[in-house]
Design a protein around this ligand. Structure first.
Ligand code: NAP
Length: 520
């Protein structure tokens, strides 16, 4: 069986000690193992800082963007092989696998273009220069320069390709070397991507490293010029934030954590209208794509009480048509959860929801999936739980069930009431609203906006949009409170996390000459 090595100090290093098995979550067949004991983490970070950082900082944004373009091309050339790995190790259907792998390629390509548009500079000029005193000679200007440390990326299990790429794209473009740590259970995809990039020698030495297996003491080795971008559970994020070195050295941390995303149906939307069908399609897709293991998946479906029974009936019909089983089979639309512990957690979560609500579809019971030996695989059926008491229910606003699970909550139809229900999730990544009533939309959007990072305005004319569950490189991804308080992506905004903003204050001609911003 293959042991996945780590790539540190510009070489493949096999760990020692306790090993963790990586399985096919549909069949429980062992595929590979990982172990990180013995990998010299301090030396790995040091090499990235000493070799990768200077090499990247010597390049312009356009040149770093070209490296991202080459990474995207390399992945594209191995796309089919990567999709097979996503099916085998991640429980992905082919369509789920494309969502991850093609999303990774598209994000790298988008940041390659941003590099081209920023151009030949090695730092960013931030905003306009300004006169600071009575004389125009006394001048101020902000600039942003790459931090001289290493960007450590710790990723969740659900998007091993996209999670790796979306973080690496921003850091490398900003000029920081990356040490990426995929979640162990689904690490085969990130490991293969790293092999492909190393085989093609795309990046300068030290610019990209990969740690496979336990993170061990990695976050506690970081200092004030390093950054750590973490995606995973809120509990792990909180533990990292509280590490003594992180507090003492002000290590820059970004956390993307849990989220009870919502979809709100406006009172003007007629059942069977195009907008209503879009809403149903988005809810069904978000519940079942990647078996609901998406941080952006709709968890709370908030609908006017007068149409709740009809929505329930329509969703039950749609969920009943989803074939669940071995994702290697073409006709299967939803695969298993990623691991035995994710399955146990999802079942426990469904039981907690069902204790306060009413199961409208599915349950936590063991599920006989298509195309796998009896009793094998980490399968759960799609589950819809209805909460007749709506916002009054507590658990539905507190417990994220990371699986194909959503709750149906009736509300009055008032935009302010919908916003108040959304806000009970205590900070989320995305809320989708479906309405054609401009007044209702205005009240809903500005009521919801302080409580989540992105608002998707469902409209029948954007039926080609990938829906609220897809994170686009141009728009920010993150959210307040429970969602971690972080922000990633958002086009050129993504670079800010990896750059130190500096205020320059002095003589205008001197500053303008220094920055090459003199116009006349
Ligand atoms: P997790 O246990 O927090 O693991 C996430 C990552 O952190 C993995 O790479 C894991 O490595 C690593 N890790 C675990 N303990 C660590 C520690 N003490 N120090 C440093 N790294 C550590 O999360 P999970 O349960 O696998 O992921 C599911 C959760 O992630 C869900 O609840 C979901 O809400 C959240 N999520 C959020 C987003 C988002 O963008 N907001 C996206 C996806 C998932 P190992 O795998 O080696 O343990």
């Amino acid at each position: 069986m293959k042991t996945l090595s780590s790539y540190v100090g510009d070489q493949w290093v096999e760990g020692s000690g306790a090993q963790q098995m990586l399985l096919n979550p549909a069949t429980e067949e062992p595929l590979a193992c990982a172990r990180s004991e013995g990998v010299d983490l301090a030396a790995a970070l040091d090499h990235a800082r000493r070799a990768g950082g200077p090499a990247l900082r010597a390049l312009s944004f356009a040149e770093r963007g070209a490296l991202l373009g080459a990474m995207a091309q390399a992945m594209q050339a191995h796309r089919d092989e990567l999709l097979e790995l996503a099916i085998a190790n991640c429980g992905n259907t082919r369509s789920d696998g494309k969502f991850d792998v093609e999303g990774a390629i598209a994000t790298l390509s988008a940041f390659a273009e941003i590099g081209t548009s920023v151009g030949t500079a090695q730092f960013l000029v931030d905003g306009e220069g300004m006169q600071l005193g009575r004389s125009p000679r006394f001048h101020g200007q902000h600039v942003a320069v790459p931090r001289t440390g290493v960007a450590v990326h710790i990723n969740a299990f659900n998007f091993p390709a996209w999670g790796f790429a979306e973080k690496a794209a921003a850091a490398l473009l900003a000029g920081m070397p990356v040490l990426s740590k995929p979640a162990t259970s689904s690490a085969m995809l990130a490991h293969r991507i790293m092999e492909i990039l190393v085989e093609r020698r795309i990046l300068p030495g030290g610019a990209l490293s990969l740690l496979v297996g336990s993170p061990r003491e990695l976050p506690s080795l970081l200092g004030g010029q390093d950054v750590l971008a973490f995606t995973g559970s809120g509990d792990t994020g909180a533990r990292i934030r509280a590490l003594p070195n992180v507090v003492r050295e002000s290590v820059h941390i970004n956390v993307e954590a849990d989220s009870l995303n919502a979809a709100v149906l406006g009172p003007d939307v007629e059942p069977r209208s195009d907008l209503y069908e879009l809403f149903l399609k988005d809810v069904q897709r978000d519940m079942t794509q990647k078996a609901g293991q998406k941080c952006t998946a709709i968890r709370r479906v908030i609908v006017p009480a007068v149409v709740a029974a009809g929505v329930r009936e329509d969703l039950v019909e749609l969920l009943g048509g989803v074939r669940v089983g071995n994702p290697a089979m073409d006709e299967v639309r939803m695969g298993p959860l990623a691991t035995a512990s994710q399955l146990a957690d999802a079942r426990e979560g469904v039981e907690r929801l069902a204790a306060d609500g009413e199961l409208a579809f599915g349950s936590a019971a063991p599920f006989a999936a298509a195309g796998v030996p009896a009793g094998k695989g980490y399968f759960i059926s799609p589950v819809l739980v209805e909460f007749a008491q709506g916002a009054a229910a507590d658990v539905v606003h507190a417990r994220e069930v990371f699986g194909p699970v959503a709750s149906l909550l009736p509300y009055s139809g008032e935009a302010g009431d919908a916003a108040a229900i959304v806000a009970r999730g205590n900070g989320g990544l995305v809320t989708a609203v479906y309405s054609d009533d401009a007044g209702w939309i205005r009240e809903a959007v500005f009521g919801i906006a302080p409580h989540c990072g992105r608002i998707y305005l469902g409209n029948a004319k954007i039926e080609l949009s990938p829906g609220p569950g897809t994170v686009l490189p141009q728009l920010v991804h993150g959210g307040p409170g429970r969602a971690g308080g972080g922000e990633e992506l958002g086009g050129v905004r993504a670079l800010a996390f990896y750059l130190q903003r500096v205020a320059l204050e002095g003589s205008r001609p001197v500053i303008q000459k220094l920055l090459g911003t003199r116009t006349g």
